[in-house]
Ligand binder design. Structure first.
Ligand SMILES: [Zn+2]
Ligand SMILES: [Zn+2]
Length: 273
């Protein structure tokens, strides 16, 4: 069970292994890597006992949705176990508090979300990208709590319908923005969803956030070994990082590569100053 191709992020031991190695290799990244490991461990227990969801939508309907530019997944199709979600919200909050990412007051507010009977409504608002409660890190906490369910559902959907024709700026499964990208061995680009880790093809030179494809207004930087790259878009001021599969010695591991590229984020901030 190592390195499954598409949404291989469920193969968590590999992520944890690589994060530990990263922390040893680059001690300045150890705090971020340890936090990431603790978050992964928090969702792993739930992840291991989720059953495969049953999607009633026919393959034709799914293909039709994609053809019309409509992402595949509706909130009602995600088989959340709300007791586990509540537990995850509290556990993820505890991890963030232990690592001093949030203060005690924020942790208390997040805990009360976890205990509240309105968790499904809060989660729906988050999934449908509607602004909700104004609590620091709430989106991140809900993202971690939802991830086991979202990822499993995304895997099932991907077995049912091909995402090949989808070249849009948002995830074909859950409609979220990309968080990372991969330059494939053939030089094409795949975007990686920040929520469900699904990948899809996208114009290699355009900005996935605003659509700008004027090369002269996109700046690019890379790590000295060329393994990671970043594209910075001037019109919208946003940037996306990438793993260059032509230089990398392993496939993308979203949990790990996000942390491994923190120095690149710092370099981008520096260049924007
Ligand atoms: Zn997604
Ligand atoms: Zn842009």
């Amino acid at each position: 069970m190592s390195g499954t191709p598409s949404s291989g992020s469920r193969v968590l031991p590999r992520d944890v292994f690589e994060l530990k190695a990263l922390a040893e290799r680059q001690p300045e990244l150890a705090p971020a890597a340890t936090l990431q490991i603790d978050l992964i461990e928090a969702i792993r227990r739930v992840q291991s006992r989720i059953t495969t969801p049953w999607i009633e939508t026919s393959t034709d309907t799914l293909a039709e949705r994609l053809a019309h530019g409509q992402p595949l997944l509706d909130f009602s199709q995600i088989a959340f176990d709300w007791n586990d979600v509540r537990l995850l919200v509290r556990q993820v909050t505890d991890v963030l508090r232990r690592h001093e990412v949030i203060d005690a007051a924020t942790a208390a507010a997040l805990h009360s979300v976890g205990r509240s009977p309105t968790v499904p409504d809060v989660m729906r608002g988050w999934f449908e990208l509607k602004p909700g409660l104004d609590i620091e890190m709430l989106g991140e906490v809900l993202g971690w709590a939802a991830r086991p369910y979202l990822q499993r559902t995304a895997e099932v959907l991907q077995q049912r319908v091909s995402l090949d024709g989808w070249m849009r700026r948002v995830c074909p499964v859950c409609a979220a923005e990309p968080e990372f990208s991969v330059v494939t061995t053939s030089g094409d680009r795949q975007l990686v969803c920040g929520r469900c880790h699904v990948r899809w093809a996208f114009n290699p030179i355009a900005c996935p956030y605003c659509g700008n494809d004027d090369r002269t207004r996109i700046k690019s930087m890379a790590t000295p070994d060329g393994v990671y790259r970043v594209m910075i878009c001037s019109p919208c001021g946003r940037y996306i990082k990438a793993l260059d599969a032509r230089k990398a010695t392993r496939p993308l591991l979203p949990y790990v590569d996000l942390i491994a590229t923190l120095p690149l984020d710092a370099a981008v901030m520096q260049s924007l100053r």
